[in-house]
Design a protein around this ligand. Structure first.
Ligand code: NAD
Length: 300
């Protein structure tokens, strides 16, 4: 059954995710503060919304895919935002990666207006957003989850309810710890191999089938030795995720020494103007310290 869906935030992730909803036959009204991004999804078959409020007024389900918690608060709770337009009984699904406490705040504000809310952040990056095979981790009421699952399945290969509102983002923070520490460890390994005079591409092929093999290694090692740091997932967004992780860990009194270390590396890279690079560029922190670049042999 086609559903009237509003989609707000048409960046690296939101654009392909909204296009997959169109492909599945749903009717879409879309909005982004950057007009060119709206035009592109409109040319794929969506209607243009004038604001978040307008999108909500024309939709039964409203999806947000924005950078961080303050953006979600602005788009949902702010002036001209979703809650000014949404009808009681409609459902807001925030798929951004944000602080779980902000997700709970937005969820409470929705409940006061009779609007249902799920937090449903994703993992898999741009390639899986394009394929419609994201991993989607959801927090909210089971009845609402079951109703929304077919819509989420248009964008994801796995859709899992992990608990109440906020649980989706706690799961996402756990995911981001593993990804960040993995990339940093991979960077150290490749720098060591390069400084010892080995070809990093050969080293990658030698180890990828063993215990060090991972989705991170397969996706990111070739980017590093080919010097392709086009995002993907930007360093500044991963720094935001680790900041949210450390805030949550602080309130739960959980020490996260590895995560803190990688967070500091990300801050240093942002200060060098590298926040817009793909997070595989975490390797550059170790490269600078070691005085060598990881490049496949035969490349200057
Ligand atoms: P992005 O910066 O490319 O896209 C965000 C979009 O939101 C932009 O087009 C921006 O113009 C728009 N926007 C910002 N404020 C707005 C507002 N108030 N109203 C309407 N539009 C607004 O970011 P992205 O890479 O698409 O990431 C989105 C979210 O998904 C982030 O929370 C990120 O951490 C998460 N995420 C990203 C990836 C990835 O690989 N890029 C993977 C998993 C999760």
């Amino acid at each position: 059954m086609p559903v009237n869906i509003g989609f707000i935030g048409l960046g690296i992730m939101g654009k392909p995710m909204s296009k997959n909803l169109l492909k599945a036959g749903h009717r879409l009204v879309v909005y982004d503060i950057v007009p060119e991004r709206v035009e592109e999804v409109v040319s794929a078959g969506a209607e243009a919304g004038a604001s978040s409020k307008d999108v909500a007024a024309r939709s039964e389900v409203i999806i947000t895919m924005l950078p961080d918690g303050p953006d979600v608060e602005k788009a949902v709770l702010g002036e001209g935002g979703v809650l000014e337009g949404a009808r009681a009984g409609s459902v807001v699904i925030d798929m951004s990666s944000i602080n779980p406490l902000v997700a709970q705040k937005v969820g409470r504000a929705c409940a006061e207006k009779g609007v249902e809310f799920l937090d449903a952040p994703v993992s898999g990056g741009e390639p899986k957003a394009i394929e419609g095979t994201l991993a989607i981790m959801v927090g909210g009421r089971p009845e609402v989850f079951e109703k929304m699952k077919p819509i989420l399945e248009c964008m994801g290969a796995s859709v899992t309810l992990t608990g109440d509102v906020g649980a989706g983002n706690v799961t996402k923070l756990a995911n981001q710890i593993i990804v960040a520490c993995n990339i940093a460890a991979m960077g150290e390994a490749l720098v060591l191999a390069a400084k010892a005079g080995l070809d990093p591409e050969t080293v990658f092929h030698a180890i990828k089938g063993g215990l060090a093999g991972s989705t991170v290694l397969n996706a990111k090692a070739p980017m590093v030795y080919s010097r392709n740091f086009q995002p993907g997932f930007r360093i500044e967004l991963h720094q935001k995720d680790l900041r949210n992780t450390l805030q949550a860990a602080d309130s739960l009194r959980v020490p996260l020494p590895l995560t803190s270390l990688v967070q500091q590396e990300l801050v240093a890279l942002i200060n060098e103007g590298k926040g817009g690079l793909d997070h595989s560029a975490i390797v550059q922190f170790t490269e600078e310290a070691a005085g060598i670049e990881v490049r496949k042999k035969g490349e200057a």
